[in-house]
Write a protein that binds this ligand. Sequence first.
Ligand SMILES: [Zn+2]
Length: 86
Amino acid sequence: KTRQKGKKKKKNINLNQSKKQSVSFVCLTCHEKEEIPLSVVRDFDLMDDGDPTTPPMFSCEKCGGRMYPEYYEGVHGIKYRLSDIL
Ligand SMILES: [Zn+2]
C-alpha cells in the first residue's frame, strides 16, 4: 500500500459560482470603467505580496493606464476606495 501523505493539493476552483460578485475598476487616465470578477481580483491580490497598502491594479485596455478599484476590500482587510486617492 502506498499512502500519499503530506501531499497537499490546494486548488480551489469554483466553476459554478453562485455569487456573481465583481469589482468596478476605473482607469486613472481615461476613466474607462471595467467590471472585474471578485475571484480574479482576489487571486491577483493573493499573488501580489508586495505593498498591502496598494490594491491590485489592472491595466486599461483602452490606454494602458492603471485601473484603480472603485471600492474593494482586500485580503488583508484593507479597504481601498478610488475616492481616497482622488
Ligand atoms: Zn484608460
